[in-house]
Ligand binder design. Structure first.
Ligand code: IPE
Ligand code: IPE
Ligand code: MG
Length: 252
């Protein structure tokens, strides 16, 4: 069998998947430009890649999938593109929520909700509310999300507790800060994937990424699919996670 035909996953080996995978879905615009299409078509195809990826993540046994959908900095794009992106989110929730619920997906949302349009805020709340007791994949949607802003929100909440005399300054530990982030009950991502070849975090999960493995894949987000996800997980499995410690040597 040639390398190209070899199965991505050896069926005789248990396929250990990371518990929490986070994805920076990047490259929609360049995918479209490469085909002479408008950027909005790239975003539309990006939603299709997202559907496939959510399904694949559930099938592979991933417990948490976080997707970066719209950053705090994306407001600096032209108004027409922002309108398209908001429209796609609305349609994604309206069209896909019932199916996600049926597949027992639990939807969570991180990011700043206050400055979103009322109907979008309501849709996000409805998605969380409807799926809150589901026991399948947890899909964490990072929308209007920026990690620095998330950390600042946590700092603000902690500062008010200290100012009110309910918390001593010495009680402010890394663990306490983590407990004031947008989704404090979720584990840190084991693996962060960014598509499109860019190698940066762009203000995504800065706190939670302290010990995440980062995998950068060259393809644009609309081309991402189950086999690309399996490849990235394969790369993750070849990494050695040390968390600052030492890896036990055979015989030591
Ligand atoms: C990712 O694709 C989608 C969002 C950031 C909302 P981009 O729109 O960033 O596509 P490129 O990076 O310009 O190709
Ligand atoms: C990061 O992509 C944000 C999302 C994927 C939602 P960007 O395309 O906004 O990031 P930069 O500007 O290239 O760093
Ligand atoms: Mg981009």
């Amino acid at each position: 069998m040639s390398k190209a035909e070899a199965p991505l996953i050896d069926p005789s080996e248990p396929f250990v998947v990371p518990r929490h995978v986070a994805i920076i879905m990047d490259g929609n615009g360049r995918w479209a430009a490469a085909r002479g299409l408008p950027r909005t078509e790239g975003h539309r195809r990006g939603v299709e890649a997202l559907r496939k990826t959510v399904r694949a993540a559930g099938e592979l046994g991933i417990s948490f999938l976080t997707i970066f959908s719209f950053s705090s900095e994306n407001w600096s794009r032209p108004a027409s593109e922002i309108r398209d992106l908001m429209g796609l989110l609305r349609r994604f929730i309206r069209n896909d929520l019932a199916e996600l619920h049926q597949s027992r997906v639990r939807v969570r949302v991180i990011g700043q909700r206050n400055d979103l349009a009322d109907d979008i805020r309501r849709l996000l709340e409805e998605a969380e509310e409807l799926t809150r007791d589901n026991d399948g994949l947890t899909l964490v949607v990072a929308f209007n999300y920026g990690a620095r802003q998330e950390i600042a929100r946590a700092a603000e909440r902690i500062a008010s507790e200290v100012a009110a005399g309910r918390l001593a300054p010495e009680a402010v530990t890394a663990d306490l800060i983590a407990r004031h982030l947008d989704a404090p009950d979720l584990p840190d991502p084991d693996l962060i994937i960014r598509t499109s070849g860019e190698q940066r975090l762009s203000n995504f999960l800065l706190w939670q990424a302290a010990y995440s493995e980062l995998v950068f894949v060259p393809i644009y987000w609309p081309d991402f699919d189950r086999s690309a996800l399996e490849d990235a997980i394969g790369e993750y499995r070849r990494r050695e996670r040390r968390f600052g410690g030492l890896v036990a040597q055979a015989g030591s």
